[in-house]
Structure formats: C-alpha cells, structure tokens
Design a protein around this ligand. Structure first.
Ligand SMILES: [Cu+2]
Length: 277
C-alpha cells in the first residue's frame, strides 16, 4: 500500500546528514531538566530558554491535528529565519541544521514524553507533520526558538530503560517483547540512515491499511491512537520514551523519506506490528 506522509521531512528527501554532535561536552545541569511544550494548529508554546543536560520533554498536543517536536540545533550562528529559508529548498539540508529527536505525536488532547541529552546552543522546535494537506506544519508557523544555555556541572544520568528499541535500515528490533503497562524504552538509531519511531495502537477491527487511508483526509473517527515515539534521529543518537501500553494491536512505523528513492521507510519494510496481550 502507499501511505501518505506524516512526520516526514518533505523538504529533506534525499538528505544525508552529518554525524550527530549532540555529545559536545558542554557543562550541563546535574538535575534532570523537565520541560513542557504545548502544540496546536499551528504554533508551539513553551520555554524560550533551558539549561543544557539530560532533558525530559513533555509534549501536550492541544490539537486538533497531530503535532510533534523536531529539535534542530542551529550551528554556525544561524537563525530561525535562516532555517525557515533553508527548509523551503528541497534536497540536502545545510550542515549547520542538526536534527535531534523530540517526542513524536500523541493523539490530539494527549501527551508524549521523551528524554534526551541536549547540548548548549541555539535550537529550533519545529513540527514536520504534513497531513492531510501535505504542507509541513513548520511552513504554517510551527517553528519556535529555544536557547539552551550551558549548565553548571555534570549531566544527570539517562533514564533507566527496561527495553531497548533499535531502529535501522529498514526495521525495528526490541530487546524483549513489549508487555502491558508503562515502559521506559531506550530508542537508538544504528543507521545508516536517520529514522524515527511513531507508535500507534489500532482500534479494534482496524488495520494499518485503514490507518493509511484515514491519514489521507483525517476525516471521521481515527482508526487508531497515536502514542508518541521519537522524531527524526541521526545514527548513533539515543533517546528515552515513556509509553503506557494496554492490550491491543500496535505498530511501530518510520515515515522518514528514504535517501535513495524518497519513499517513506515504512514502504521499505520499516513497519513492525505487535500485539499486547
Ligand atoms: Cu526509518
């Protein structure tokens, strides 16, 4: 089947990105940073400045659309305006725009949580979701600046995960099967391409095909529930997501456009159905 795009980087088809440099060891806050952003059609509300370090992002989706957070570190003294200009150009993104994962989309009126290491620098918080009109929401105003200042000490420890989810070309593997209840999942991209994970739970009797068709219009009752995940992560990057699972049929999906043919990775096999008993 052909899926419409969601959470893709339409402007970045064919991109190959420089290796992540998020681990620049700037001084960080020793406590876990807690940061909340709200998203709606079409803007973000949240802090303008945070401290560097291990940061737990809570994304509250005020809806009505799907929204997520893609962090983009702006190196070389580039600005939000420079990024907005660059994103209008198809093809390889400039090397100064370093894409880092944030919480992927929950359902409207839902929330999703992701923890990641954030280095000092100037960032953009953007939403790349583009359904149903296929215009990425960052082009409609979902771009917010975020200044990350150097902290004062060693960085807080990463969350303790009970499962590791590995993303690679082209699938996902789990260190142990997921079970009902709340899990802290370490998500790592072993590449070579960038990947994301979007977690969805299908409504009873509904299929992924139903979900793909619904995304084309987003009209009527959705055939499933979005449970977050991570947005676009470069090879080598880790993040930690917190997800509650109840019994049902689920899938892990990657919509990142392929470097070779531009098709979403799920069309290359990056779709992993699973069941929670
Ligand atoms: Cu992928």
């Amino acid at each position: 089947m052909t899926y419409p795009r969601i959470a893709t980087l339409t402007a970045l088809v064919g991109a190959t990105l420089a290796a992540c440099t998020a681990s620049d060891q700037t001084p960080a806050d020793t406590a876990l940073n807690e940061v909340t952003f709200h998203a709606n059609d079409y803007s973000f509300q949240g802090p303008d400045t945070i401290s560097a370090g291990m940061t737990r992002f809570t994304l509250v989706n005020d809806g009505p659309g799907y929204h997520h957070i893609q962090l983009v570190r702006l190196d070389s003294a580039k600005t939000l305006a420079d990024l907005e200009t660059a994103l209008k150009t198809p093809g390889m993104p400039p090397g100064w725009a370093v894409f880092m994962p944030g919480p992927n989309s929950p359902d409207p009126k839902g929330s999703s949580i992701l923890t990641a290491e954030v280095a000092a620098g100037n960032y953009a918080v953007i939403c790349v979701v583009d359904i149903p009109e296929m215009t990425p929401y960052f082009a409609r105003g979902m771009v917010k600046g975020l200044t990350v200042t150097a902290g004062t000490g060693a960085m807080a420890a990463a969350p303790t995960a009970d499962i590791v989810l590995t993303m690679f070309d082209y699938n996902f593997t789990l260190s142990t099967p997921l079970t009902a209840g709340r899990h802290v999942i370490e998500v790592v991209n072993t590449g070579p391409q960038p990947h994301e994970v979007f977690i969805m739970r299908l409504a009873p009797g509904k299929t992924l095909d139903d979900f793909g068709k619904w995304m084309a219009t987003m009209e009527g009752t959705p055939p499933g529930t979005a449970l977050g995940g991570t947005t676009f992560a470069l090879p080598g990057v880790k993040s930690w997501i917190e997800v509650d699972f109840s019994p049902g049929d689920y899938a892990l999906l990657c919509f990142v456009p392929d470097a070779k043919d531009g098709k979403p990775h799920l069309e290359h096999g990056m779709v992993q159905p699973f069941k929670i008993e």
